[in-house]
Design a protein around this ligand. Structure first.
Ligand SMILES: Cc1cc2nc3c(=O)[nH]c(=O)nc-3n(C[C@H](O)[C@H](O)[C@H](O)COP(=O)(O)OP(=O)(O)OC[C@H]3O[C@@H](n4cnc5c(N)ncnc54)[C@H](O)[C@@H]3O)c2cc1C
Length: 433
């Protein structure tokens, strides 16, 4: 069986373990279920890491379309730290790979807007990423020493500066800093999640087209707006099926009751400055993290979130007036405690999504990944057909880039060992229960 090595990605990954496809000259076919952060990251990396010499066909299935689940409603805050500003597990790799994917998506959007020119037009504000940093005022004296020492161990690419109230007010006029200490992350980002996902899909299409032009093999990518009710309905058609359904992976009949996930519905409100007398939110003022967060999306637009409704199974993004009213009663006092002018903003909408919260481990709450043939077949098929990538919790933007790359490399080479054991150990823990 030939092994092809990718010369496109930086690491050499053995590609194509699907001998029947390579011998019969038919393309290797992958189904990616879900077009959220996880699914689109996997699709991009499957294309980018596959050999130029290999025909690859990727079908993405999503019931709603791009960003149809939690990813499309996410507040868009991206940084590699815990609420106590501690660097998260493998934060450096996750941060770097998420930035790389954001660049890829921005490049595709600029190319679209500029008719082929990938460079950013001068002075134009990109609509995917707001590069304004994030400010977190300290709210409790209990963890202040711990937070200050955590902040000292920050990444050089995403710094944390401990600042006092006057400096914080220089960044965000009118901000309230009750304990005279705030943590400022100048490189942290606020993303327009839906716009990012659409641009990332566009980037995948462009990559498939470009690779087909320069290589000797064809790369095909299709998006099917279709609900997948069970895994067996696709089993005959694909060499591998990668399940990136977020919380709804646990709703598949084959996986129901078998994943260590807890569900948590969250609601985000959209706010606008509609009063013409009120000045714009300053151009370089950061987003704000507190018990509620304010994710700045533009001079007169922000998202405020989010609620935490544990054990909910409601994945609908639609929000009733009653649910929105209840959420505002929770969020507004929290947000106005640190940013009182928020009361002058007008609510223009609300959306919700279901988070797939993974178990807490010694390394924190980590997504769950791996080949799940054993779960599906009881270990009898001997292949690497079904793969799972879910449990991104409340940190999908941070985790999706690097873990999507590892997942794609593992699928391409049929080698689960490429995925860190911290992310696959859930399977063995489930077996022992
Ligand atoms: C209110 C809220 C705010 C958040 N804010 C942030 C934030 O600021 N920063 C951050 O990093 N993370 C945030 N998150 C978390 C983040 O949204 C998730 O971690 C992430 O979206 C999970 O991505 P995913 O691709 O695994 O799942 P999803 O985005 O849920 O994607 C799953 C996809 O599968 C599709 N699907 C589901 N079932 C089927 C089926 N049977 N057939 C076909 N398709 C199906 C869905 O339509 C959906 O598009 C937030 C989450 C919520 C709910």
């Amino acid at each position: 069986m030939p092994l092809f090595y990718s010369n496109i990605s930086s690491s050499l990954v053995p590609v194509s373990c699907y001998s029947s496809a390579s011998l019969s000259n038919r393309p290797i076919r992958y189904a990616v279920l879900g077009a959220g952060f996880a699914g689109l990251s996997v699709a991009w990396h499957l294309l980018n890491c596959s050999s130029k010499k290999l025909d690859v066909c990727i079908d993405i299935y999503d019931q709603v379309g791009i960003g149809g689940g939690a990813s499309g409603v996410a507040g868009g805050l991206l940084h590699p730290y815990s609420p106590k500003v501690k660097l998260l597990w493998r934060g450096a790799e996750c941060w770097k790979e998420s930035l790389d994917l954001l660049n890829v998506a921005e490049g595709a959007l600029f190319k679209l807007v500029n008719g082929g020119n990938q460079d950013s037009p001068p002075n134009s504000e990109p609509s995917i990423v707001n590069r304004r940093g994030i400010l977190r005022p300290a709210l409790s004296s209990k963890n202040i020493d711990l937070m200050s020492s955590n902040a000292e161990n920050c990444l050089t690419g995403c710094r944390i500066e401990s600042i006092h109230e006057d400096a914080a007010q220089g960044l965000v006029p009118d901000i309230s800093v009750p304990l005279n200490l705030a943590f400022y992350m100048p490189e942290a980002l606020s993303i327009n999640s839906q716009c990012y996902l659409e641009a990332l899909y566009l980037a995948c299409e462009n990559l498939a087209e470009d690779m087909s032009k320069v290589g000797v093999a064809r790369k095909e990518l299709s998006l099917h707006k279709k609900s997948v009710e069970n895994l067996l309905e696709l089993s005959g058609e694909y060499d591998a099926i990668i399940i990136c359904l977020g919380a709804r992976a646990a709703f598949l009949p084959e996986l129901s009751g078998r994943l260590p996930l807890r569900m948590c519905r969250g609601l985000v409100t959209r706010l606008q400055l509609t009063n013409d007398l009120r000045k714009d939110y300053p151009k370089y003022s950061p987003s704000i993290l507190s018990d509620a967060w304010l994710s700045v999306q533009g001079a007169r637009s922000m998202h405020m979130g989010s609620t935490w409704e544990w054990k909910s199974t409601n994945y609908s993004r639609d929000v009733s007036v009653e649910e929105a009213t209840k959420a505002m009663e929770v969020l507004l006092p929290k947000a106005s405690a640190v940013y009182p002018p928020i009361k002058e903003w007008t609510i223009t909408g609300a959306m919700a999504g279901l988070r797939a919260m993974p178990p807490l481990t010694a390394d924190g709450s980590l997504p769950i990944l791996g080949c799940i043939d054993n779960l599906i077949h009881g270990g009898n098929n001997g292949g690497c057909k079904y793969w799972l990538f879910t449990g991104l919790g409340a940190r999908g933007l941070l985790f999706h880039g690097w873990l999507g790359k590892l997942m794609a490399q593992a699928v391409l080479s049929c080698d689960e060992g490429l995925i860190p054991s911290e992310l696959t150990s859930w399977k063995y823990e489930m077996q022992q229960q």
